[in-house]
Write a protein that binds this ligand. Structure first.
Ligand code: GLU
Length: 473
């Protein structure tokens, strides 16, 4: 596909960026980049009661944090702007007027109450409740004191399309009543604004959640009325919670912001969210951006609903943490450790991060590993640790190690590794009895990040002091 491949992400700014919408954004972005196309951000803010400028700002911020940079959008502009529907009113009014002139839509003064009554009466009488303009009043703009709404005249027949995920879909128009395009106050409805904009913005593929499937026949009808073929559609299955119900607050975090604050990386979210709709032909699940971009394909978009698996997302996050560039990791972990990071100089902090990255799955977990780097004489509470430390071999190891550290005074990880070799050879002590007493003497714990790295962070002198203190007991 070429630069004529144009997709859009079209959020309604009515709250935080939801993880399900982020999945839609991720797919559109990946597909745009994969096919050398254009990724457009359009803000669907025609619902003035529920939309807010604050939500728009936060959605843009979360998209940027995810790294889903767009090519055209409300902040960047572009050849089909403006990209906020609230600023495109003229276009919708002109298009609606045009449909009325061509007899494809009509002015309508039917009240909501009257429409409800019509439906209830029809059902009671065993007739179809589908509305066909019976009570809309004269088809004239200026026939009454209030301006009329504009309603689309649904023709007979059916709408059929080949969905790129669902396959062949067809919906009979018998089930689709004439629907509103413009409300009496001049605001467009979602379906009308979406169809007008998808045409105006030359969208070639609409990739969105299958909760929009029921809108598609209306949009296809509108594309036909507005002048010809519209975009292709791909409806991706919704994300479900572990109980197979639609993912919601009940299942825990649902906004991108919550995941970000909990210590997830954007690369892990992109990786995981893409896997909810797609799989790599290799079967691999840990996929960095380059691989996603090289392998994503319409042909491999899945048809079945995906269950959100937080354990897998955490695991992927750990994998992405371990493959981060050390500089970036140190910067990110500094934010999560806040003032506790301040007690380490740059070089030591990088070492702390490298030691901890093997252990953590979330950036926020850094905090629970920092104690072992404090250099404070540890409290040793575990009876097993106490007895290991009291063993004769342990005392020999600790004493010899302390004296070498005092003399040689080398602080780097490699020197610390070599030290274990020397002390092991000279004392004849091996394995757990060699390492564990040192770990306990330095950190008070039998578990933790890589020991030579901890020692390098503490420095030769501080290590010697702590080992001596443990021997003196
Ligand atoms: N504004 C709609 C939503 O947030 C977008 C639907 C579409 O992609 O057509 O769900």
């Amino acid at each position: 596909m070429s630069d004529k491949f144009r997709v859009r992400f079209a959020p309604s700014p009515t709250g935080m960026l939801h993880i399900g919408n982020a999945r839609t954004a991720v797919l559109n972005w990946l597909l745009a980049r994969r096919y050398g196309g254009t990724f457009i951000l359009r803000i669907e803010d025609t619902d003035t009661e529920r939309s807010s400028a604050g939500s728009e700002v936060s959605i843009l911020e979360d998209l940027r944090w995810l790294g889903l940079e767009w090519d055209e959008g409300p902040d960047l502009g572009g050849k089909h702007g403006p990209y906020r529907q609230s600023e495109r009113g003229e276009l919708y009014r002109a298009q609606a007027g045009n449909l009325v002139e061509r007899g494809l839509a009509y002015y309508c003064r039917l009240s909501d109450e009257r429409l409800e009554a019509f439906r209830a009466e029809s059902l009671a009488a065993g007739r179809s409740p589908v509305y066909r303009g019976q009570f809309s009043g004269p088809n004239e703009k200026d026939a009454g004191p209030q301006p009329p709404a504009v309603r689309f005249k649904v023709p007979e027949g059916e709408s059929a399309w080949r969905d790129l995920v669902k396959g062949e879909v067809s919906v009979s128009h018998e089930t689709i009543g004439d629907f509103i395009l413009l409300r009496a106050d001049g605001r467009p409805t979602y379906n009308f604004a979406a169809a007008v904009d998808d045409r105006a913005m030359e969208i070639t593929h609409v990739v969105r959640g299958d909760d929009h499937l029921s809108n598609t026949p209306r949009q296809i009808l509108l594309h036909a009325a507005l002048g010809g073929p519209g975009p292709l559609f791909a409806h991706i299955p919704l994300i479900l919670g572990p109980d197979h119900q639609r993912l919601s607050k009940r299942h825990g975090a649902t906004s991108v912001r919550e995941f970000r604050l909990a210590g997830y990386l954007p690369e892990a979210l992109i990786n995981y969210l893409s896997l909810l709709s797609w799989s790599s032909p290799s079967g691999d699940e840990f996929l960095e951006k380059e691989r996603l971009l090289a392998e994503i394909d319409f042909e491999r978009l899945g048809k079945s609903a995906a269950v959100f698996d937080q354990t897998k997302l955490r695991w992927l996050n750990g994998r992405h943490i371990r493959s981060l560039d050390p500089d970036r990791l140190a910067g990110l972990l500094r934010v999560f450790a806040a003032e506790r990071a301040g007690s380490f100089d740059k070089q030591r902090w990088e070492l702390v991060c490298l030691a901890c990255r093997e252990k953590i799955e979330l950036l926020s977990e850094i905090d629970s590993y920092l104690d072992v780097f404090s250099g404070r004489p540890p409290e040793i509470e575990d009876p097993e640790a106490r007895s290991l430390l009291a063993a004769d071999e342990a005392r020999r190891v600790l004493s010899l190690m302390a004296s070498i550290l005092r003399e040689a005074g080398k602080d780097d990880t490699e020197a610390m590794k070599a030290l274990f070799k020397t002390v092991g050879q000279e004392t004849g002590v091996k394995g757990k009895l060699l390492y564990m007493p040192v770990r306990i003497a330095l950190t008070g714990s039998m578990h933790g990040p890589d020991l030579p790295m901890i020692m390098a962070v503490l420095g030769a002198r501080r290590c010697a002091e702590l080992l001596e203190a443990a021997v003196a007991g």
